[in-house]
Design a protein around this ligand. Structure first.
Ligand SMILES: NC(=O)c1ccc[n+]([C@@H]2O[C@H](COP(=O)([O-])OP(=O)(O)OC[C@H]3O[C@@H](n4cnc5c(N)ncnc54)[C@H](O)[C@@H]3O)[C@@H](O)[C@H]2O)c1
Length: 255
């Protein structure tokens, strides 16, 4: 069990699938109760949390909508009297061709990935401040440090998360709240496996193999490779680490 985790309460967005689900399962094993938030049904993840002996609730929410996030916070409040940890995992990563990229697509990606991170964090910061303890961890992406085509709005949204993390850490440090980000590499989740391969690759398996060869550790990344970093950054052990972005990508990007 990670230090300081027992009976803490986490809101994890994007919890129906992939990384969010893996984080929920790991934090539950660490002793954390979890509100599993997603635009899709996250009740299977809530069951995993309960199977680990922790309390859970699944709440539907579009993180890019202020109204929806407000409603979600009220729903979470019906099960939990506080939220100590927020993990912003909800995100979309459609490939966008620059020649056909329109403003609506740009807005949709920025809204889900960056506005969502802002709105969900803001909903729970007042309570964290009151208790003098909080952890906010958000997903950036190794694409920020890589040469990839077709991801202009996505990479911009993930750079925004790094800026959000740094500036929020400064605001919240005096209140016992740390704010950090994780940069996953290309990871085998339903979202990544389900998208069309990038230009130059015939299949996602081919893309995963090529990316693995660019890493120091030459195998495809899986969600379990990221849960240790999420556990550490939401525990007492990381209390003096804030404003940081940690690459968890098999040693592909160095910064
Ligand atoms: N898998 C990768 O290769 C990879 C690499 C770098 C960063 N990331 C980031 O990690 C995060 C999780 O990615 P994943 O691979 O687990 O993706 P995924 O598609 O498997 O899961 C993402 C989840 O977010 C939810 N979601 C999407 N839009 C939402 C919205 N508006 N409101 C609430 N929930 C919403 C989806 O329903 C889904 O359950 C994303 O932010 C992604 O950008 C992933």
């Amino acid at each position: 069990m990670a230090k300081g985790h027992k009976d803490k309460v986490a809101v994890i967005t994007g919890a129906a699938n992939g990384l969010g689900q893996a984080f929920a399962k790991r934090l539950a094993e660490d002793g954390v109760h979890v509100a599993c938030v997603d635009i899709a049904d996250a009740s299977a993840t809530a069951k995993m949390v309960e199977a680990a002996g922790r309390k859970a609730v699944a709440v539907k929410c579009d993180v890019g909508s202020e109204e929806s996030v407000k409603t979600m916070a009220v729903e979470v409040g019906k099960t939990f009297d506080r939220v100590d940890i927020v993990i912003n995992t909800a995100g979309i990563f459609p490939q966008t061709n620059l020649d056909t990229l329109d403003f609506a697509t740009w807005r949709k990606i920025i809204s889900t990935n960056l506005d969502g991170t802002f709105l969900v964090s803001m909903a729970f910061i007042p309570g964290m401040k009151k208790r003098g303890w909080g952890r906010i961890v958000s997903m950036s992406s190794s694409t920020l440090g890589s040469v990839v085509t077709g991801f202009v709005p996505y990479v911009a949204s993930k750079a925004g998360i790094v800026g959000f993390t740094r500036a929020m850490a400064t605001e919240l440090g005096p209140h016992g709240i740390t704010v950090n980000a994780i940069q996953p590499g290309l990871t085998k989740t339903p979202g990544a496996m389900g998208r069309p391969p990038r230009t130059g690759f015939k299949t996602m398996d081919e893309e995963f193999d090529a990316v693995a060869q660019m890493q120091a550790i030459k195998r495809a990344e899986v969600p379990d490779d990221l849960v240790g970093a999420a556990s550490f950054l939401t525990s007492d052990d990381s209390a003096f680490i804030t404003g940081q972005t940690i690459n968890v990508d098999g040693g592909r990007v160095r910064s």
